[in-house]
Design a protein around this ligand. Structure first.
Ligand code: FAD
Length: 577
């Protein structure tokens, strides 16, 4: 920037963690003259909320490491004034002042701004149920929350985690790691409700495999107390679970009161409405992070996506714009997220099939069950990728992945593709890095794109794992041993013909009937569909995700004999497109 044009605005920032800290430091890097003040109502700025579960479980042992940048660093390195325990209580947009409560000194004062950046985040939802104020009931958002939970843990034997989102799942894992007996309660019929049901099922299996009690499809109705402390919880169907500690992880609500009281526009999703450079309806006030709305890439709709990445990136942009009057526009967000629960990782970017259909897209999806790297290289782990795309254009609408390893890489590649509005054909063409310890020459993502291309080209169409198979002639091309251990769920009429015998036994099948071919991981069944199609069978489909995903979709558990540590089956070794 030309120093001659630099002005010296006063930039006040409400909230000093992900969005606020990014805004402040970027503002300084762009404008050496600006007066920049962070006002933070809690005791800490720039701490790692995402690390809190791992601190509770002892994976992160040094609490200090959660404090990414302390006030002294902001002040010395950036000349940014940090006022912790200072709560902003109102905004006077006409006078361009804010009113601040100094929570330590108990005094209130006014502060003038040229530009104001709101980064107040979100607060955990606390359901209004009896007993919610009992000792031993916690939420997890701040370092103080984590300290309180850590202090309580030595006397805790049984914990109930309410909510199967990533905070609930990560914390449940970490409580278990600390030797607690853990139950996880989720009101929906699956954890990670943004995933399609069959993609969440391996997580259920993980939790049960590790001895956690899983209560799905029922909400919490009350917390039972004894002498003011938690004694247990009651679910909506009357089930009682004993507990010494309850963690509520049932979602967050955006902190919008300050903005609302100042007359700023609140968007339809409930977050502070923002424009393409994160300005609110008042051009001198910006909003970023969990309290703000972003453009959601797939649909263009403005929505809230309470995730650290968008908070940091929008904070940075708003800081730059506030400091200089210009910035690049804020990019769309795609809701890319990933979490780990024991040996299983899962996540998504963009839309699931369920949400794509609900949003009105003519969407289809394919599953690929594959190894995360070359199967012959030791340590390969099963991974399932589900790719969602639009019929006609082939535009990729979303990706979900679940598995033991390599999940994050596949999500990130497709997140990149989504950013560039790519198609399944683009994905099929990507030149991805490969050596045996890292991936496959045809990566699971290439395979997913090939399967999607084959589906759209009509070469090998797919049916979804939860399809009603009763109207179809179902051909199971696995070996007899596999069929015995795991019959195709909901298809007692399946005809068993191992793939290698299929050409010789075509006479046993009716070429005029719509036919679904199934196997363990989708590869042999694909080969079977090609054989049948070329022998005059008019309508042939591959069962997407094969028998295992069908079982997951229909909510059956894999027999322990077939399960790997992730609950996913080993894929067929030979992957052919
Ligand atoms: P915050 O980081 O919450 O900061 C807001 C700050 O504003 C708070 O410190 C608050 O005290 C302060 N404040 C509020 N009102 C006022 C006021 N009136 N005056 C002064 N100060 C105020 N996201 C991911 O993408 N990946 C993860 O793995 C992940 N894990 C998470 C794990 C946990 C346990 C939690 C709680 C969150 C996790 N998140 C994760 C979400 C991520 O932390 C948030 O999306 C991100 O912190 C939002 O940034 P923010 O700046 O909007 O809000």
């Amino acid at each position: 920037m030309d120093p001659a044009t630099v002005t010296a605005p006063t930039i006040l920032i409400v909230g000093g963690v992900a969005g606020g800290a990014s805004a402040a430091t970027r503002a300084r890097r762009m404008n050496e003259q600006a007066r920049i003040v962070i006002l933070e109502k809690d005791a800490y700025v720039s701490f790692a909320n995402c690390g809190l579960p791992y601190y509770l479980g002892g994976e992160i042992t040094d609490r200090e490491r959660l404090l990414i940048a302390k006030p002294a660093l902001f002040e010395r390195r950036f000349r940014i004034e940090v006022r912790t325990r200072h709560e902003v209580v109102s905004i006077d947009r006409t006078a361009r002042t804010i009113s601040v409560q100094d929570l330590e000194a108990g005094r209130r004062y006014e502060e003038h701004y040229d530009k104001l950046i709101l980064a107040p985040g979100a607060s955990p939802l606390v359901p209004p149920i009896p007993g919610v104020d009992a000792r031993g009931v916690f939420t997890l958002r701040t370092l103080d929350d984590a300290d309180r939970i850590a202090a309580a843990m030595p006397s805790v034997r049984r914990a109930v985690v309410v909510g199967g989102g990533y905070v609930g799942l990560e914390t449940a894992e970490q409580f278990h790691r600390r030797g607690l007996e853990v139950a996880l309660v989720e009101m929906q019929s699956q954890v990670m409700p943004l995933l399609d049901p069959e993609m969440a099922e391996p997580l259920h299996r993980q939790l049960e495999y590790h001895g956690l009690r899983l209560e799905l499809g029922r909400g919490i109705a009350a917390i039972d107390e004894r002498d003011g402390a938690v004694a247990g919880i009651r679910l909506s169907d009357g089930t009682q679970l004993p507990a010494d500690l309850v963690l509520l992880g049932v979602g967050v609500r955006p902190n919008i009161t300050l903005a609302q009281d100042a007359g700023l526009v609140i968007g339809a999703s409930g977050g502070i409405a923002t424009d393409e450079v994160m300005r609110t309806s008042d051009p001198d006030i910006y909003a970023v992070g969990d309290a703000a709305e972003y453009a959601f890439g797939v649909t263009g709709a403005r929505m809230r996506l309470p995730l650290a990445g968008p908070a940091n990136r929008t904070g940075r942009l708003a800081g730059e714009h506030a400091a200089t009057g210009a910035s690049r526009p804020a990019p769309a967000a795609w809701g890319t997220s990933v979490m780990r629960c024991f040996g299983c990782s899962a996540g998504l970017s963009g839309l699931s099939l369920r949400s794509a259909l609900a949003a009105g897209f003519e969407a289809r999806a394919v599953h690929v069950v594959a190894n995360h790297h070359a199967s012959y290289y030791p340590g390969a782990q099963t991974l399932v990728v589900k790719l969602v795309y639009e019929v006609g254009s082939g535009r990729v609408l979303g990706v979900q992945a679940v598995g033991g390893a390599g999940v994050d890489k596949r999500l990130d590649v497709v997140a990149t593709l989504l950013h560039f509005r790519g198609t399944i054909h683009d994905l099929a063409e990507l030149d991805l890095a490969y050596a045996p310890p890292f991936g496959a020459a045809k990566d699971p993502l290439h395979m997913a794109a090939f399967v999607a291309q084959n589906d759209l080209d009509g070469l090998a169409r797919v049916v979804q794992p939860d399809a009603d198979l009763s109207p179809y002639q179902v051909v199971d091309v696995r070996d007899a041993r596999e069929v015995r251990s795991l019959p195709i769920a909901g298809a007692p009429h399946a005809i068993h013909i191992p793939l290698n015998s299929l050409r010789d036994r075509l006479a046993e099948l009716d070429p005029g009937q719509p036919t679904v071919v199934a196997c363990r991981s989708g590869m042999r069944s694909y080969l079977g569909t090609r054989i049948l199609a070329q022998h005059g069978f008019r309508e042939v489909y591959n069962l997407s995700g094969a028998v295992a995903m069908r079982d997951f979709a229909l909510n059956r558990r894999l027999p322990a004999t077939l399960a790997t540590a992730t609950g996913l089956p080993a894929p067929d070794a030979i992957m052919i497109d």
